[in-house]
Design a protein around this ligand. Structure first.
Ligand SMILES: *Cc1c(COP(=O)(O)O)cnc(C)c1O
Length: 438
C-alpha cells in the first residue's frame, strides 16, 4: 500500500520522479508564494525561494491567468458599461453558463444539475430549505459528531426554524475506528437504528479534520433505502477527488471553490441538485435569477423556477468572482480528473511512506491508510508532550513549509497534484526530521 518498493527518501529520486511527471507543467500555471531564508538558500535543489505549499485544502493558490481574467472584466465594464452584459468578451448575461459544463465535469454531474452561486454555507441553507421537510414522525437529521462547525450551525438553526429541538432531533455519529474515523458499518447501523425517524442525512465527501473519504453512492443507497433524503458537503472533496455525483444518486451537494478549486478567497461556491428534482415542486427561497430564463425579464409577479439547479439562484451572478472560477475550471479540464487522481495517489502515498519510514517516532497519520479512503490530505497527530504539535507547526512555517493547524494536536498537509511535487514531500520530511533532531 504505502510501502511501494520504488520510493526513496533522497533528492535525486524525488527530482527524477518530478521530471517524469506528465502534470509537472501545471505547477508553472500557479503563483507559488515566495519564501526567503538563508537556510533554504543553502539547501541546494530546494533553494528556489518558494514555499512548500501544502495548504490547498484551506486556500488554493492563484493561477497566473486569474489576474488577466479579472482585468478583462474590468476592461469590459470600463469600455462597454451595461452593454458588457451582451457584448463583453465573455458576456455577463450568460456568464454562469460558461462555468457550468466544466463544473459538471468536475463533480460528475449533468450540466443542468450544477450551478455556481453564493458561498457554501448559503447554498447549504438553500438546500436545507428545500430538502429538509421534517414531519412529526420523521424530523431527525443525521450528521457526524466532528462535523464542520458551519454545517452544524446550519442544521441546528434549520431544526429550530421548524420548531424542533436539536437536543432530540440531531443525531451525531461518532467515529468508531481506531483513528477516530467512521466506518461504513457505523453509518449503516445508525440508519438501521434511527432510519425511520431521519428526514435528512448530511455527511462530507472528505472529512475536513481526518481527511477520510466517504462513499457517497453507498451512503446514498443505505439512506434512501430508509426513506431519508441525502446531501453532501464536498468542501474538501471538490477538486480533490474524481466525483460521480449524478451516479451517486444523492439529492443535493454543496462545495466551496477557494480550497482545492483555487478560485480565491471567498470564491463563488457550487451546488448540485439531482436531475430527479429538476422539475419538482419543492418549497424554496426564491429570487429573480432562479426564475424561468425565457420570461425572467417580463418581470411578472409569479415565480416560475428554471428547471434544474439554476432554479435555486437568487441574484444575478458576481462576475468579478466568477472570473477566477472560470480560469480554475479550465485548468482542471485540461489536467483531467483521471490523471490528477493518479498523480495524487502517488504523491500522497510517497508522503505517507516518508512519514511511516522516517518520522514514525515523531508523528502518526490519522487519515485512513487505504488509498481509496483518502484524497490528497494527510492529517498528522504529533507524538510527545502537549505543545509539541504547535511547536512543530511553527517550525515548519518558519522554514517555508505550509500546512495548517487544527486544535488541539493536528497538522494537516495536502500535497495537491496540480502544483505540488515529490520534492515538496521530501522537503516536508526533511524539515520535520531536522526539528526533531534540534
Ligand atoms: C471550508 C468549509 C466550509 C466553509 O463554509 P463557507 O460558507 O465557505 O465559509 C463549510 N463546511 C466545510 C465542511 C468546510 O470544510
Amino acid at each position: 500500500m504505502n510501502n511501494a518498493p520504488d520510493f526513496a527518501a533522497d533528492e535525486p529520486w524525488a527530482l527524477a520522479r518530478d521530471a517524469a511527471d506528465p502534470l509537472a507543467p501545471f505547477r508553472g500555471e500557479f503563483l507559488i508564494p515566495p519564501h526567503h531564508s538563508s537556510e533554504q538558500v543553502a539547501a541546494g535543489a530546494l533553494a528556489n525561494g518558494q514555499q512548500v505549499y501544502m495548504c490547498g485544502n484551506s486556500l488554493g493558490l492563484q493561477p497566473r491567468a486569474t489576474r488577466q481574467a479579472l482585468l478583462d472584466e474590468l476592461d469590459d465594464w470600463a469600455e462597454l458599461g451595461v452593454e458588457a452584459h451582451f457584448r463583453g468578451k465573455h458576456p455577463w448575461m450568460p456568464y454562469h453558463e460558461c462555468v457550468r459544463e466544466p463544473l459538471a465535469e468536475l463533480v460528475g454531474a449533468e450540466p443542468a444539475e450544477v450551478v455556481a452561486m453564493n458561498s457554501l454555507s448559503v447554498n447549504l441553507h438553500l438546500m436545507l430549505v428545500s430538502f429538509y421537510r421534517p414531519t412529526r414522525e420523521r424530523c431527525a437529521i443525521l450528521i457526524e459528531k466532528s462535523a464542520f462547525p458551519s454545517d452544524r450551525y446550519a442544521v441546528e438553526s434549520q431544526i429550530h426554524f421548524h420548531g424542533f429541538d436539536p437536543a432530540t432531533v440531531l443525531i451525531e455519529l461518532a467515529g468508531d475506528e481506531a483513528n477516530g474515523t467512521l466506518s461504513d458499518a457505523a453509518i449503516a447501523r445508525a440508519l438501521d437504528e434511527h432510519g425511520s425517524r431521519i428526514a435528512l442525512v448530511l455527511l462530507p465527501g472528505v472529512q475536513y479534520l481526518s481527511g477520510q473519504v466517504f462513499d457517497l453512492k453507498r451512503i446514498t443507497e443505505l439512506a434512501h433505502a430508509k426513506g431519508c433524503v441525502v446531501g453532501f458537503d464536498l468542501a474538501h472533496a471538490a477538486g480533490n477527488l474524481p466525483l460521480s455525483l449524478h451516479d451517486s444518486g444523492c439529492d443535493f451537494a454543496v462545495w466551496c471553490s477557494y480550497k482545492y478549486l483555487n478560485s480565491g478567497p471567498g470564491a463563488v461556491a457550487g451546488c448540485f441538485v439531482h436531475a430527479r428534482h429538476a422539475r419538482a415542486t419543492l418549497p424554496r427561497f426564491a429570487g429573480w435569477w432562479g426564475h424561468d430564463q425565457s420570461t425572467r425579464f417580463q418581470m411578472g409577479p409569479q415565480f416560475m423556477p428554471t428547471p434544474g439547479a439554476d432554479g435555486w439562484q437568487l441574484s444575478n451572478p458576481p462576475i468579478l468572482a466568477l472570473a477566477p472560477l472560470r480560469v480554475s475550471l479550465d485548468i482542471f479540464h485540461r489536467a483531467g480528473g483521471t490523471r490528477l487522481r493518479q498523480k495524487s495517489l502517488a504523491l500522497t502515498a510517497y508522503l505517507a511512506w516518508l512519514i511511516e519510514t522516517q518520522l514514525s517516532h515523531i508523528v502518526e497519520i490519522v487519515t485512513p491508510r487505504e488509498p481509496e479512503r483518502r484524497g490528497c490530505q494527510l492529517s498528522l497527530r504529533i507524538k510527545g508532550e502537549r505543545g509539541a504539535g504547535r511547536a512543530l507547526f511553527e517550525h515548519l512555517s518558519a522554514h517555508g513549509v505550509i500546512g495548517d493547524w487544527r486544535e488541539p494536536d493536528t497538522i494537516r498537509v495536502a500535497p495537491t497534484p496540480l502544483y505540488n511535487r515529490f520534492i515538496d514531500c521530501l522537503r516536508f520530511a526533511q524539515v520535520v526530521a531536522a526539528w526533531h533532531r534540534a
